[in-house]
Every structure is written in C-alpha cells, then in structure tokens.
Design a binder for this molecule. Sequence first.
Ligand code: GAL
Length: 405
Amino acid sequence: MWRRSKTAHPFINKRRYMNKLNFLCSAILLAGCGGNQQPVTATAETTTAIAAGLLPNPDSFRDTVDGLTTGLYFLHNGNLTAAITNYGARVVSLIVPDRNGNPTDVVLGYDSIGKYIHQPDTYFGAIVGRYGNRIGQAKFKLNGKEYTLYKNNGPNTLHGGKKGFDAVVWTARKLDTATLRLTYLSKDGEEGYPGNLNVTVIYTLDSNGLRIDYDATTDKPTVLNLTNHSYFNLNGQGSGTINNHLLQLYADHYTPVDSTLIPTGKVEPVAGTPFDFTKPTTIGGRVDDTANQQIKFGKGYDHNFMLLNSIADEPSNLPAAIATGDLSGIVMSVYTDQPGIQFYGGNFMAGTNPLKAGKTDGYRTAFCLETQHFPNSPNEPSFPSTTLKAGEKYVSWTFFKFSTK
Ligand code: GAL
C-alpha cells in the first residue's frame, strides 16, 4: 500500500517569454566556483535588482558563523531567479512573474544573515533535518536501542531539535548559473541522532520552477526525514492573507494528530471534513471551523496529508498540490517522490518578524507545503519507514513548478 513512486521528475514545459524580468537575466553573477563558500560580489546589474528591492544585498549575508563563511548565491533561469544562503541551505528569495509579467517574490525571508540567526526560529526557506516535523516525546527506538532527542516543542522534538540543519552552515558550490550544491556532515550523535550522516542538497532553477534534490548516506542506521520549509505567498511575500489562495491537495487521506500535533497513528479520509482539498478550494473557507477537533488542535491547518501519487499502483506523475494566488494569478504545482506533505497555514505567525522589503510576517500570510515522510514515523511502525541503513543511499526530490492563469 505504501509503495513509493520511482518516477523521474517529468516537467519540461516551455513557458512564455516574459520581458519584465529580462534585466535580471544578465543581472546575476555566478558566484562561487571553489570548494567552499565563495563571497559573492554584486555586479552592476545585480546592484540594480537589489536597488529595485527585488533581491537582498549579498553583502548582508557575508559573515562567519561557527567558524564558517556564509554568503548569498543567486540562481537564474529564464524569467526565474532564486537567492539561497548556505546558512541553513535556505531559499531567501524566489522571484517568478505574475499574470502580468511583474516579478514577484513568492517566498518569505529576511534581508540579512543576522536576522536569520537572531530572530526566533521560523525555519523560513530552510532545509529541515535530520527529522522534519515532530518525533513524539523526543525519543525513538532503533534496533532495540533508545535514542533521546531535544524537546524543543512541548514534550516533542521538532525539525531537528535545538540546532537542526536550518541553523548550520552548509558547504556551497555553484555548479552552473542555475544550480547550487550544498553539503553538510551531521556527526554521529549530533542532536541525539546516530550515525555520521553526509547530506547533499542540490537546488536547480528550471525554466519553470525550483527543483530540490536530496541525497544522504550514513555509517550507522539512523532515521531521516528531509524537507524544505519555504513559506509561500503567491501574491508576493508580505502582501497579506493567504486565506483567499486556492489550494488543491492530491490526497484523500490525512494523518490526524493529538493536541501536541503528534499523529495518532490513524489514517483518515478527508471527505466531509475541512481537510478535503481534493478540488481547488480557498484555504480560508473552513480554517476556523473549530467544531472540528483537528482544526482546533492545529489552530488551523498544520497536518500531514498522504499523497495519492505515493500509493498509486503505477507511477502516476500526479502532483502533490496546486496552489493559486488570488491576486497574482501565480500557480504553484508541487511534485515529489515523498509519501506525505505537511500543509501548514501560518497559524503561529504573529507579525513580529521583519521580512525583506520592509514587510512583516503577519498571521496566516504564508503557507508551507513540506514534502516529507510522516511525522513521528520512527515511533509508528504502520507509517512508511524513515530508517536509513549504513550502505544505503537516501534519495528524494521535490519540484515547485510555476505558471500563471
Ligand atoms: C511546521 C510545523 C508547525 C510549525 C511550523 C514552524 O512544519 O508543522 O507546527 O512548527 O513548522 O513554525
């Protein structure tokens, strides 16, 4: 039942050429050709894009953290531009054209490394690991041995613990104008997890979207659940509520949670509940239906959905999700080989964090679609396994594809 699709990523759609981003085509300097992080120098054109408020200034990302150099890397392909920092392997900016061709930054982020380090953690744009989402009671057993993790979320551990992959400096290398490779060695015992884990994340800006490829190997059995924690607002970051976005999830079941957001272990149908997004539906239509206990527990949407593609008898190339910005017409289709997706509707956002371009992260002004294995899988034998053995290779991919309507 839990068969996982082995399909390669199937998108080669050509998109319309849109002139308004043209100046960015030549604007992005290829940064970093060496083995470790290279400081990024802004070209005159990049400076123009920065001055226009479209890109953060790479100078603000140059720092030394834990003795390692941080920086900002730009990827470019056609009308799309991404800015990525090696602090937490985070997507800082993702600029796509709206229905009128206006460049629109669809992810939330900060304009300096200092804010990523010092603001309370929101995981903006980060690669989350070793274990994305929660592990109940911050412990699990593997091959008869119990491992104790850091409780950073009530009684549970969340998103890797005290200092997850979102808060470490990755080694970055630009492979070409559109591709950035990031690597990180998570040492045996780091945050309580067993095994030296070598992780590679490759961000590739396709002509129509951002692809993320993950791989990892370990020298001892461990558990692993990697995801990207970008917060999207398809009307543009900081442009208000996402409650009028349309969302379709290719999932007819989800995993209900207890009051601490740990899955109960059951898999329940979405039909007849506020979790039914099998047809395009506004995010806000049922988000405050507190007669539903799951909405109460999540303070809105904060749940894992079981993806149809992962349980199809044959590889089906179905998306995981399609979201549409009501004002911009920007459509984001998410594809993945993972069995689940965490739909988080920004319920903990409080408007206290200063975003790029002078915006703030108001309540429910962004959503996350985190492709993943299910939360608490190490303690839930009926869920697809998250164990990685020594000698095995973990491989996974997710593609965020953009179009307009
Ligand atoms: C989500 C998680 C939420 C919240 C958020 C970060 O992945 O499901 O409960 O912790 O990250 O604020």
